[in-house]
Design a protein. Structure first.
Length: 735
């Protein structure tokens, strides 16, 4: 077997195309990992429009993780102090369905919760929604995307009337000014950064502004690094707006014709003079002015952001305040310009499309909207009113629900909350109280498996066929190219079998994932994320495709750009532009709001939910490292990535370290109001005085007392309900 499978990297939302081929090929030595085990060959897919053949170290080494620490068989135990015993799928399904029925009839459907993942393929997400929200009548499906980009979702919906990043990767190579805020793109979305950095180096007139309290590798490449104090993003953004207004860089025609609520916004930004803003943010007035000038003098400004903005108790306000700058300068709906959120998980976008958060329904619909519920009920063949009108429990609600004893059954799939949730001691104590937890995952052991009553082995990427959507709305088919280990099954198959055993036989009569996808796309018809022109077959035939892609047969509709790239740009041999049909949203400058206008959001800065004080004088910020992925389930077991980042650490500014008597590599006790941890010190000027940084990857399986999220708190954005994982107050004690 020598054939090459085209698929997508299963790590991050950049969504790089991969070509995978078997370890043994005629005329070639068998491909092996560092321990000598045969592994699949992986390389970048040059034909993939999003990545053009590039991959980072995670994508390049993914094959090494495929067979390590896999869960092979269903296992159960009666209580958490017992050992697991292997059971058949039949026994496991029987146990689960009986338990669901018991909880349903004793506590009600709202006592059933599922916590899923952006690692799901769209088909997995979709079937989970149909089971929970449709058949069982519980909207308690939430995903780890709640911790990742739900503020971006809320911001887009409030500003534009619908979710959906308006831009595409080609904009990275068409912009005059890239404004990166709360994103260490170089490490967390490396291939996007590669494209931007190469373009920036080739075009010295192009400006790159990076806003981040750390001097990250991303900030190193910038023309202007604004190392603002954590929690002052809205001050900065309103301060830039104030100067744009003062210097008359605003697009009055755009504001008049295409937006609403500008007067309220103008009233707010009036209060953000450069003097006030520079003082609050801890930056020079000159730097603030330079940022405003770069923005105002550019024909096309592209904003990029990720967790530094979203993981905040004012996350939605931050997103909307970024969007405000685009609206006041008319920087949207054209090549090289617009607000562009970068997704964390590989298919968090597919989750949004399939309704994979507690307040959503498939096709970018909202649980609260009666018409949306009716439309979904019709496609699902349900009685009118069967879908509950109440948004379900979010990720953190499920933890507090366990504390309050209102959760009767918790089903966790493809995610590791015992490392990634905030306030881990509280999270773990709540998980201990769960009356019945099903944990469905590809890997074992994980930290979360310790809290499960039932373990279900899931087939992962490479072992099941489904689609994933990346940050630029490109949908890619990811075909199975190897058999799942042991008795592992695709997530959607597990959900569908439970549905059938609960009596919903017709609702889950799918022969394969292509049929699941075909039903899902019906629910996107005439919605912003219309994919009715897509099927597994078409994606296999035509390759990765951006939505909107309705089945009209036309490639272009009113929401997408037709010929927006000049001939000069396209014919320039130095240009990397390869896809003149890249689609952007809002090119017709009509938005999904009732009046078709984008809405300004008027927000004053509220700052951090837990600011530093004399007892806890430092702000701890957390983040990711280039070679690792989330909770190390894969990258912790790959030699190359493990060696790149062998252990956790805490970054401390030399001035703070000297004051506290901390030397390089010395163990430091880090205390927050919730817990304490220990990290070796890394003394560096990359972090601002008063702020410290810890990577979030290490859980209890990997390091003792070095879990970043033991320190963080769950205070959340009131609109997106996304916790403020990015900042909490700590004290440092040298050990
Ligand atoms: Fe995979 Fe993201 Fe790296 Fe691309 S940038 S290869 S999607 S981890």
């Amino acid at each position: 077997m020598t054939e090459v499978t085209k698929t997508l990297c299963p790590y991050c939302g950049v969504g790089c195309g991969l070509e995978v081929s078997p370890p043994a090929q005629p005329g070639k030595a068998t491909h092996r990992d560092s321990q000598g085990n045969p592994i699949w060959r992986v390389r970048g897919d040059k034909a993939h429009p999003s990545s053009q053949g590039m991959v980072c170290v995670k994508g390049a080494t993914i094959a090494e993780s495929l067979d390590k620490n896999r869960l092979h068989y269903p296992m159960v135990r009666d209580s958490l102090d017992q050992k697991f015993r292997r059971v058949s799928w039949d026994e496991a399904f029987d146990l689960i369905t009986k338990r669901i029925q018991t909880v349903r009839f004793t506590q009600g459907p709202e006592a059933i919760c599922m916590y899923g993942s952006g690692q799901f393929q769209t088909e997995d997400y979709y079937i989970a929604q149909k089971l929970l929200k449709g058949c069982l009548g519980s909207n308690n499906f939430d995903a780890n995307s709640r911790l990742c980009m739900s503020s971006a979702v809320a911001g887009y919906i409030q500003s534009f009337g619908a979710d959906g990043p308006p831009c595409c990767y080609e904009d990275l190579e068409l912009t005059d000014c890239a404004f990166l805020i709360g994103t260490n793109t170089a490490e967390c979305h490396p291939i996007i950064f590669n494209r931007l950095e190469k373009y920036h180096k080739r075009n010295r007139k192009v400006k790159m502004i990076v806003v981040d309290p750390r001097r990250t590798p991303t900030a190193e490449a910038a023309d202007l690094h604004l190392a603002i104090r954590p929690g002052t993003d809205i001050d900065l953004l309103n301060g830039i707006a104030h100067l744009l207004m003062r210097w008359n860089y605003i697009d009055v025609g755009f504001i008049d014709d295409c937006t609403s609520n500008f007067p309220a916004y103008a009233e707010v930004i009036r209060h953000y003079s450069p003097e006030i803003v520079a003082d609050r943010c801890g930056i020079d007035i000159k730097d603030l002015e330079t940022a405003a000038r770069y923005w105002g003098e550019s024909q096309r400004v592209l904003s990029l952001w990720s967790m530094g903005v979203n993981q905040s108790s004012e996350g939605t306000a931050k997103v909307r305040t970024i969007i405000n700058l685009h609206l006041m300068t008319g920087q949207i709906g054209k090549p090289g310009a617009g607000p562009f959120s970068l997704t964390g998980q590989p298919n968090a976008m597919g989750g949004r499309e399939a309704g994979g958060l507690a307040h959503l329904l498939p096709g970018y619909r909202l649980v609260k909207n009666p018409q949306h519920r009716a439309e979904v009920e019709e496609v699902w063949g349900l009685k009118r009113g069967q879908i509950s009108p109440h948004p379900g429990m979010t990720a953190w609600d499920m933890i507090t629900g366990l504390e309050d004893g209102i959760v009767g059954l918790l089903w966790i799939a493809a995610t590791n909350p015992a490392v990634s949730m905030p306030d881990l001691e509280r999270t773990k104590a709540a998980l201990m109280r769960s009356p019945f937890t099903i944990y469905q995952d590809a890997y074992y052991p994980t930290e979360t498996a310790s809290y499960a009553h039932v373990l279900l082995p899931a087939a992962q990427w490479s072992e099941k066929t489904g689609v994933m959507t990346n940050s630029e709305r490109t949908v890619t088919l990811c075909p199975a190219f190897r058999r799942p280990p042991g008795e592992a099954k695709a997530d959607w198959e597990i959900f569908a079998e439970v549905g059938r055993r609960l009596g919903f036989v017709g609702e889950f009569a799918f022969a394969n994932s292509a049929e699941v996808f075909a039903e899902f796309v019906k629910l996107t018809r005439d919605r912003p994320c219309d994919m009715t022109g897509l099927s597994h077959e078409q994606l296999r035939f035509q390759g990765p495709t951006q939505w909107p892609h309705p089945d009209s047969g036309l490639e272009v509709n009113s929401q997408q750009s037709e010929i927006e790239i000049s001939e000069e740009q396209f014919n320039n041999p130095k240009s990397k532009i390869q896809n003149p049909k890249s689609k952007r949203l809002y090119t017709n400058l009509r938005f999904h709001t009732p009046d078709g206008r984008a809405r300004f959001g008027a927000y004053h800065s509220r700052g951090l939910a837990e600011p530093p004080d004399p007892d806890y004088p430092f702000v701890l910020t957390t983040g990711r490292l280039y070679g690792h992925w989330h909770t190390l389930t894969r990258t912790g077991r790959i030699e190359k990535t493990r060696q790149m980042h062998p252990e956790p650490f805490i970054e401390i500014h030399p001035r703070d370290a000297a004051r506290l008597g901390i030397s390089d590599n010395q163990l430091v006790e880090v205390r927050s109001r919730r817990s304490k941890t220990f990290f070796p010190a890394k003394i560096t000027k990359a972090i601002a005085p008063g702020t410290v940084f810890v990577p979030m990857h290490w859980g209890a399986l990997w390091a003792d007392n070095a879990e970043a999220n033991a320190l963080t708190h769950p205070e959340s954005c009131p609109d997106s309900l996304q916790p403020e994982l990015k900042a909490c107050a700590v004290q440092l004690i040298p050990v």
